[in-house]
Design a protein around this ligand. Structure first.
Ligand code: GLN
Length: 496
């Protein structure tokens, strides 16, 4: 077992700063682990040569006095972010071999912060899925239990961080794709407020929901990575002007006026009645309630709240997201980029054949659903109704935040299921019930390791979800970090 990769991002940064390790050593060690664990299927592309080159540059820059936040630290990008120097596929045959002429803003920002990208991680095709079984390039396995799915759609990033192949990775979350795989793989993930990270160069799924975020071992590490990702981008029309604080500053301190022994004193955490209802597995509920007791021990006050319309989120989301997807994915027509069929007689057939060959079954299902709900006869009945429900769900949150500072609950109703177990698409959709409400409301939300299942599931992690009001990332990270100071679930590692 090699020592450096066992450490989290914060410790790796310290080792670099204190000259106990070089970026070349750090990157080399992680590359070796990626190779050894290729059977996980976590990576779609690894750029060893480019990473070592960037590591040498980072070491030289440090020797010359540079000290940017992530200088020389290894990370990986979900393959939904376009990269100039590596292929980008979004997990789809449609984009096999595609190379972007530019970098996504998030990729560029992390590079500017000094991070060294080792490769691109596997994902559900076009980020559609909850188990990573929809990737055109094969599934990802859960490092805790090879029979289990890692969650999706950022399953490759989650598995890579959990298996210590990289200390941190980017992900995207449209309806839970950072939080749910983080929960299933026992790592920490944060989806920030919609608009905080630029979507420029992030291949679009459902643009009104898509948001980039950070996945790492701890809240502290997520704070380090997120700080380098956020910022206004004139090339994304939904990017917000919001000065990004240093998210790590203040994480260690107790809340203002609180006694250090009860650092969360005064924090009111709302527990939505609807999130602890029927359908939640006992083993998940138990782990989540234990984590909540820990938060209470740290001084937080648990209050009962209601989010009455959150039960409608699966129905609303699975109308809105496919509607937007059907529009976004119309650009893949075989003309400008992506797969083009070899056999066709005219232009219409070229489009049809290219799309039939390039897209997988789940993507086709969503394009069909989306086109249907947007069609003249059904727009009012489905799409418009779903938009109204989305608004009501957001209002429920605003009302609830009148009596609490954070909202907590499970990330998913169960622990990770087995590969192949949920063949019915609907069963996958229903498993998103806990992550969709915050997505529809554009709220920042996190998944924090909170223990494990029972019996047969003793090696399947459970996640605690924390949701904050818009732009409440600092509050979210603070509560998660304080919980992690008091617990060790996030320190557990799967057997190598
Ligand atoms: N599981 C959800 C879906 O399939 C969410 C995916 C995501 O957040 N990208 O749409």
């Amino acid at each position: 077992m090699s020592a450096l990769a066992e450490q989290d991002l914060r410790a790796q940064a310290r080792a670099l700063r204190e000259g106990r390790a070089s970026s070349v050593e750090l990157v080399g060690e992680h590359l070796a682990r990626i190779e050894r664990q290729a059977a996980l299927g976590a990576f779609l592309h690894v750029d060893a040569e480019g990473a070592l080159r960037a590591a040498r540059e980072a070491d030289a820059a440090r020797a010359g006095g540079a000290a940017s936040a992530l200088l020389g630290l290894p990370l990986a990008h979900k393959d939904v972010f376009v990269t100039r120097d590596m292929p980008t596929t979004a997990g789809s045959r449609m984009l096999a071999g595609y190379r972007s002429p530019f970098d996504a803003t998030v990729v560029a920002r992390l590079r500017e912060a000094g991070a060294v990208c080792l490769g691109k991680t596997n994902m559900d095709e076009f980020a559609m899925g909850s188990s990573n079984e929809n990737s055109a390039f094969g599934p990802v396995r859960n490092p805790w239990d090879a029979r289990a799915v890692p969650g999706g759609s950022s399953g490759g990033s989650a598995a890579a961080v959990a298996a210590r192949l990289v200390p941190a990775a980017t992900g995207t979350d449209t309806g839970g794709s950072i939080r749910q795989p983080a929960a299933f793989c026992g790592i920490t993930g944060i989806k920030p407020t919609y608009g905080l990270c630029s979507r420029y160069g992030m291949i679009a799924y459902a643009s009104s929901l898509d948001q980039a975020g950070a996945m790492a071992r701890s809240a502290w590490d997520c704070a380090m990575v997120l700080g380098a990702m956020v910022g206004f981008d004139p090339r994304d029309s939904t990017s917000v002007q919001h000065a990004a604080p240093d998210y790590t500053a203040g994480l260690d301190a107790p809340r203002e006026g609180a006694d250090p022994a009860r650092p969360l004193a005064g924090l009111r955490i709302g527990l939505p009645r609807e999130w602890f209802a029927q359908g939640l597995a006992d083993e998940v509920e138990q782990a989540v309630r234990e984590a909540l007791e820990q938060l209470r021990g740290l001084g937080a006050q648990l209050v009962d709240i209601e989010l009455p319309r959150s039960t409608l989120s699966v129905a609303a989301y699975y109308i809105l997201a496919p509607a937007e997807a059907s529009s976004n994915l119309s650009r893949f027509d075989g003309v400008r980029y992506g797969h083009r069929a070899e056999q066709y007689t005219d232009l219409a057939e070229m489009y049809a054949n290219s799309r039939a060959e390039g897209f997988g079954p789940e993507v086709k299902r969503r394009i069909l659903t989306g086109a249907y709900v947007l069609s003249h006869g059904y727009y009012d009945a489905y799409y418009l109704q779903a938009q109204k429900i989305r608004r009501l769900i957001a209002r429920d949150f605003l009302a609830a935040f009148g009596s609490c500072d954070l909202i907590a609950g499970p990330v998913a109703p169960t622990v990770a299921w087995n590969l192949g177990e949920k063949a019915d698409p609907l069963a996958n959709y229903l498993a998103d019930v806990h992550t969709l409400p915050a997505s529809l409301a554009g709220l920042p939300a996190m998944s924090v390791p909170a223990g494990f299942g029972r019996g047969e599931h003793a090696r399947r992690p459970v996640g605690l979800q924390l949701v904050a009001p818009h732009f409440g990332e600092a509050r979210l990270l603070h509560a998660a970090h304080q919980l992690q100071r008091a617990t060790d679930w996030h320190l557990r590692a799967p057997a190598p």
